[in-house]
Design a protein around this ligand. Structure first.
Ligand code: GRF
Length: 210
């Protein structure tokens, strides 16, 4: 399975994918793109000799559809079959999603549907919840509203600061995202025919040989 990754920031999740899934189980990360030319994620990809491209907003005169279609076309030209949003901080235009129907996944640092959108961990701290977590979900036209693939919860200690909370969730994010990509590559993520919101995820061990 050929994977394209979109990232805007430091790219620790991209790094986890490159370290844990790239080149294994038939999975290759073939393209890494984004809107931010100074994202360290792009540098990580270059160091791994993966194709990169930056789609800067000003180049497209704030025409989000044109920019997203150019990005989609670039991913298609690399034969990308699954698009992974790994800290990609923009909403994708419906026109992009139409090119990759049910083939775009996102990682969100909250237990959706709680705390969608920006600053999810701060939202959880401000709300005073006792558990928080990470979600990998399919991307639809909404903000963090698509069908959930995997979630994992951890305690949110009382009085914790945002930096510590982020540090605690990072390894969870890395392992959840790698697991989701592996599951999709193995054909172990399906949609529930009775509930379009629900996915049916078969663990890789018990799915072997299907
Ligand atoms: C992660 O916390 C992810 O959940 C959020 O953006 C962050 C990206 O981190 N969407 P990194 O750039 O992968 O280190």
């Amino acid at each position: 399975m050929r994977v394209g990754v979109l990232a805007s920031g430091t790219g620790t999740n991209l790094q986890a994918l490159m370290d844990e899934v790239h080149g294994r189980e038939g999975i290759s990360i073939v393209a890494v793109g984004g809107e931010n030319p100074s994202a360290f994620a792009l540098e990580r990809a270059r160091m791994a000799r993966i194709a990169t491209s930056v789609f800067e907003e000003q180049e497209y005169m704030a025409d989000r559809v044109a920019r997203d279609l150019a990005m989609a076309q670039w991913l298609v030209s690399h034969g990308v079959e699954l698009v992974v949003l790994a800290g990609y901080m923009r909403l994708l235009a419906p026109e992009f999603l139409a090119r990759f129907r049910n083939r775009v996944i996102n990682l969100h640092p909250a237990l959706l549907p709680a705390f969608p959108g920006l600053s999810a961990i701060q939202q959880a701290i401000d709300y005073g919840v006792k558990v928080y977590g990470a979600t990998v979900h399919f991307v639809d036209e909404g903000t963090d509203t698509g069908p959930v693939i995997l979630q994992r919860a951890i305690p949110l200690p009382d009085g914790i600061d945002i930096y510590t909370a982020h540090a605690l969730i990072r390894p969870i994010e890395h392992s959840l995202l790698c697991e989701a990509v592996r599951l999709i590559a193995a054909g172990n993520v399906a949609f529930d025919k009775d509930n379009p919101r629900a996915t049916i995820v078969t663990p890789i061990e018990s799915g072997a040989g299907r």
